[in-house]
Design a protein around this ligand. Structure first.
Ligand SMILES: NC(=O)c1ccc[n+]([C@@H]2O[C@H](COP(=O)([O-])OP(=O)(O)OC[C@H]3O[C@@H](n4cnc5c(N)ncnc54)[C@H](O)[C@@H]3O)[C@@H](O)[C@H]2O)c1
Length: 252
């Protein structure tokens, strides 16, 4: 078991990549706090982990909000006495469209969930991890940050910020033995894909996406979960500031 006894929070854990990360972490012995704004999905994931013999608890929180994030972190500490791993995975897409058509509300939402949530997360987790003598923080960025596609300008920019914040946190927190890394998945087989593509994925769109990935398929939650597990485990004890493409070669 690669995460035996570790306490982990996974934001956006009720679906997609986050669900994959929660299930994998629990199978590797972690005690998982499944966070989401979708209560039904979050409870479903926590219950499924429990039924499979793992340990998980759902906590509702909107991670773009200070008080919610504070409560989320406090619940982990109250229940388990510590927090070893914080996975900031929750994110929202931009509906694919010319950049000037995106409204101010959409822009603000993208940056609130994809970027400002990292600020609140750091405010609440870094002092705890510093006091504990170390910890591990992982962000879900995107290949959008490394090799942007058209029609997603503000989303791409938000994920670029995630990667720069990851490296900046890594260098600032290395003396505290807090490792900070990111994964950069290529387009994935999750609900978000349809939102990027304007609501529905036709077989032609799917085929066009797949043709840009040298390994010939889109990412799956298990691909992202495997990479996050590695970064969270002691096997990655000398890795910090890494923004790891999980992309089947797309960004080569
Ligand atoms: N699907 C892709 O093509 C793709 C590619 C690269 C990166 N990503 C990134 O991966 C992460 C996960 O996306 P996914 O594809 O699994 O999407 P998803 O929509 O399947 O899951 C995202 C989850 O986050 C939750 N969430 C949204 N806002 C939240 C908030 N404010 N607080 C708490 N939870 C919130 C949603 O309810 C949902 O359950 C995101 O950061 C996304 O930007 C996705």
């Amino acid at each position: 078991m690669r995460l035996d006894g570790k306490v982990a929070i996974v934001t956006g854990g009720g679906a997609g990549f986050g669900e994959g990360i929660c299930r994998r972490f629990a199978a590797e012995g972690a005690r998982v706090i499944v966070n989401d704004v979708n209560e039904q999905d979050g409870r479903r994931v926590a219950d499924a982990i429990g039924e499979a013999g793992g340990e998980a608890r759902f906590v509702y929180a909107d991670v773009s909000r200070d008080a919610d994030t504070g409560r989320l972190v406090a619940e982990a500490v109250d229940r388990h006495g510590r927090l070893d791993i914080m996975v900031n995975n929750a994110g929202v897409p931009q509906r694919g469209q010319p950049m000037e058509n995106v409204t101010e509300d959409e822009f603000d939402r993208i940056f609130a969930v994809n970027v400002k949530a990292l600020f609140w997360s750091a405010k609440h987790t870094v002092p705890l991890m510093r006091q504990a003598g170390g910890g591990c923080i992982i962000h879900t960025a995107s290949t959008a940050a490394l090799s942007p596609r058209p029609g997603l300008v503000w989303y791409n920019g938000s994920k670029g910020a995630v990667n720069t914040i990851t490296q900046s946190m890594a260098i600032e927190l290395a003396p505290d033995r807090i490792r900070v890394n990111a994964v950069c998945p290529v387009a994935g087989e999750t609900r978000m894909l349809a939102e990027f593509l304007g609501g529905r994925v036709t077989p032609e769109m799917h085929a066009r996406f797949m043709s840009t990935v040298p390994l010939g398929r889109l990412s799956q939650p298990a691909d992202v979960a495997n990479a996050v597990l590695f970064l969270a485990s002691d096997d990655a004890e000398f890795l910090t500031g890494v923004c790891l493409p999980v992309d089947g070669g797309r960004t080569i």
